[in-house]
Structure formats: C-alpha cells, structure tokens
Design a protein around this ligand. Structure first.
Ligand SMILES: Nc1ncnc2c1ncn2[C@@H]1O[C@H](COP(=O)(O)OP(=O)(O)O)[C@@H](O)[C@H]1O
Ligand SMILES: [Mg+2]
Length: 406
C-alpha cells in the first residue's frame, strides 16, 4: 500500500497543504522546524490515531496567530492506493471532542481507518522504547494490536475506559477513607465488585492478545537484530504479566481467558484494601512490561547507546514484519516512516537499515540534509520550506525540485 496524496487543514504548522507522493522511497528534506515531521506525523496519525510525539490530540490542531480565531479542528485527508484501488481516508481532529472519520466520504469509526492504512514509524523517540518506563512499551504493543485487528482496537478502548472508571471510584474510596475501617471497606468492596469483573475480563483479553503479539514479534525482531547489530548478540523478548507473579499460574488453563480472569479477580481481592488506601488500580494489564534481553542480559541498564538503537530499530522492524512487511503481496506491506533517524545512526546501522526498508512499497523519510542518508536509497526528494508570507497552502513535488510551503 502507499499514500499518493495528502491534504491537511489546520494540522500543526500547516494552514493548508497538498502533497503528492509516489510509491518507493521519498525523502523530505529541509532545515529544522520547517514542518517535515508534521507532515509524516499526519499520515501516521490517520493509521494509528496516535502520535509519536504527543499524548494529547490538542497539540495537533494548528495554534492560531495572535488575533486569529482558534481553528475548530484539524483535518487530514489521505488518498491510499492498495493494488490499484484508491480510497480516501479522512480524519477530523476536533478540539475537546471525539475524532471523526470517513472512508470515501462515508462516516466510519476512527479505528476503522487503520484497516486501510498501516504504518510503522521510526523516530529518535524510539530510544525510549528501551530506556523509558513500561508504559512506553505497553503502548508500543497496543498501537500495533490496534492496527492488526480492529476488534483489538476496540478492546483497547474499552479496557482504558473501565480502568479509568474503576480508578475514579478508587480515588473516591480513598477520600472517604474506605480502606481504613473493616466495616467501610466491605461495603466499598461490594461497590468495586461490578468493576472488578469487567476489568478482569478486559485485562485478561488484552494480556492474551499482547502475549500472542510478542510471540509473533520475537522471531522477527531477533532476525532484524542479527542484520542490524554489528555486535551480533541475540535479542529476546518476554511479556511480563504482573499477575503471573502475584498469583502464579498452576496449569496451562490458568493462562487462558477463564483462568486468567479468575486469577486477576483473585489478585484484586487480595489487594483491594491497598487499592482503596492508595486510590489506584493495582492489578491488571496496565502494570505489565515487555522485557528486552541481549544474550539474556536485560537491555535496560546494560546496553550501550549503539546497542540501544539496534534494539529499538529491531522492535520496529519486527512490528513491520508482523503487520505484513514480509507479505508476498507488496500491497499488504505497511508504509514505513523514518523520521530523522538516519542522522542518529552510525554508518553500519544506516546501511543495514537502508537494506531492510527497501521491500516496503512506500518509505517516507525526513532528514535535515540529504547527506545523512545512505547512498543506496534511490529516492524522490521533496524540500520542505516554511513560507510565512504565503499564508495558506501549497505544495507538490514528485521530482527532486518540489517544495512544500506552509
Ligand atoms: N499545533 C501547532 N500549531 C502551530 N505550529 C505548530 C504546532 N505544532 C507544531 N508547530 C510548529 O511546527 C514546527 C515544527 O515542525 P516539525 O515538523 O517538527 O519540523 P521539522 O521540519 O524539524 O521536522 C515548529 O515551528 C512548531 O512550532
Ligand atoms: Mg523533525
């Protein structure tokens, strides 16, 4: 699949923008702050409904100049080509409201967009996949779950909602001191019970889906790592479910939906009082981690800067494989987006990465200067230049001389 056309309204720094892309490799170059990342972020956002740079959607809507009205929202329209069949995907990001989506002008639920466009984004922020707290790795897994199956996107949303509601209730119980006296806490436990069952069921489904994804991801990521890492150490992954430590599984069935749900409920019962005292959810999928190892040593805290990069890239390349990157059918392969990554890599990793991305039907790369790119990439070039004076519009360029303006 590939994106042939992009139209933006009030997205980030763009008032209006129109851009045409060819399949193959396209490089967006230009000095920093011109809007290169903003462009590729818009494309990725349509397919994942999440940005690699911010957690909230409001930063995606163009901030008005002094004296201007605040735009109602941002609109991203993409024309996506899959085996010659064209679809127009539209996403409207509205300040303070739920996003709205259309496919070929028909209203759909936003998460349906990812069935039409899959993307894998590489960015300097990926170092945090290795270094940062577990939440970053959970989000990495969940983003791809959502892209791989619309039912999982739905599961994710429901799980988040129930987790939030139960968390709000716990906060209330904390305030009222419910955990402090036995009489109060048994009444409170009854109130919690409804939420427990819902949360345990959703969390169990999510844990199972994540584990399955990690099982598929591991061989792909390990293979990518062999190709990309000159150090030649073996990468392995482990999904660490906290519930497995709290209430260890006794049989295989304890890992399946029913058994896992039961263990989560048991865990919640065990920690109910502590939850009420602290006012937070302590048992469930939202506590888990994806552990990364090189030759069985944890990557976190042990790996060098270069090794950390190799692992982060391998995770992305692995996800690309799981999402369809190895498919015989080129139209099934996700669009790859490499935002400013080549400048971060040494010569060897650059060359290895360049080789590995070539099978994609479309690769979009941003770079401050073309010199940062490996020579083997035979790319279309688009220069991105901010044009304050032009006010609205423009752009185009499938040739090396095209330019993008604000
Ligand atoms: N919501 C927004 N409204 C207006 N401008 C924005 C918004 N978000 C980011 N920008 C501007 O976009 C520019 C950064 O664009 P970016 O695509 O990151 O540049 P680069 O070409 O370096 O990748 C900055 O000048 C930033 O102030
Ligand atoms: Mg950038």
């Amino acid at each position: 699949m590939y994106v042939s056309d992009v139209a933006l309204d009030d997205f980030r720094s763009y008032r209006h923008a129109l851009l045409h892309f060819e399949p193959g490799v396209t490089v967006l170059t230009g000095p920093n702050g011109q809007g290169k990342t903003n462009l590729v972020e818009a494309i990725a956002f349509v397919s994942t409904l999440s940005s690699h740079r911010v957690g909230t959607d409001s930063a995606l809507v163009r901030a008005p100049r002094p004296g201007e009205n605040v735009p109602a929202g941002a609109v991203v329209r993409l024309k996506v080509n899959k085996e010659g069949r064209e679809r127009i995907l539209e996403l409207e990001i509205i300040n303070g409201k739920a996003n709205r989506a259309k496919i070929n002008r028909t209203k759909v639920r936003p998460r349906e967009l990812s069935a039409e466009l899959k993307t894998v984004v590489f960015a300097p922020e990926d170092l945090s996949l290795v270094r940062a707290e577990p939440a970053v790795r959970r989000r990495f897994l969940d983003d791809y779950l959502g892209q791989s199956d619309i039912r999982l996107a739905q599961l994710k949303t429901e799980h988040e909602k129930v987790l939030k509601q139960r968390g709000a209730l716990l906060k209330q119980l904390k305030k009222s001191g419910a955990g402090l006296s036995p009489a109060n806490s048994s009444a409170a436990a009854a109130t919690l019970q409804v939420w427990n069952e819902q949360l345990a069921n959703l969390a169990a489904k999510l844990i199972i889906a994540r584990k399955e994804f990690v099982t598929q991801l591991e061989p792909e990521a390990a293979l990518a790592h062999q190709k990309i890492a000159p150090e030649g150490r073996d990468l392995s992954l482990r999904y660490q479910a906290k519930i497995d430590e709290l209430i260890p599984a006794q049989t295989e069935a304890d890992h399946e939906l029913e058994g896992l749900t039961a263990r989560l409920l048991q865990g919640m019962a065990q920690r109910a009082q502590e939850e009420m005292i602290r006012g937070v959810n302590l048992v469930g999928a939202h506590r888990d981690d994806l552990e990364l190892y090189l030759d069985h040593l944890p990557v976190k805290g042990y790996a060098s800067h270069g090794e950390t990069w190799s692992v982060a890239l391998s995770l992305r390349l692995g996800a690309y494989g799981v999402l369809g990157g190895n498919s015989e059918d080129i139209a099934q392969r996700p669009v790859l987006i490499l935002d400013d990554v080549f400048a971060e890599l040494d010569e060897k990793r650059r060359a290895a990465l360049a080789q590995m991305i070539l099978p994609a039907q479309q690769v979009l790369i941003t770079a401050a200067v073309p010199q940062d790119l490996p020579e083997c990439l035979n790319a279309h070039q688009i220069r991105v230049r901010r044009d304050e004076a032009a006010g609205s519009l423009i752009l185009d360029a499938t040739t090396s001389e095209g330019e993008a303006h604000e």
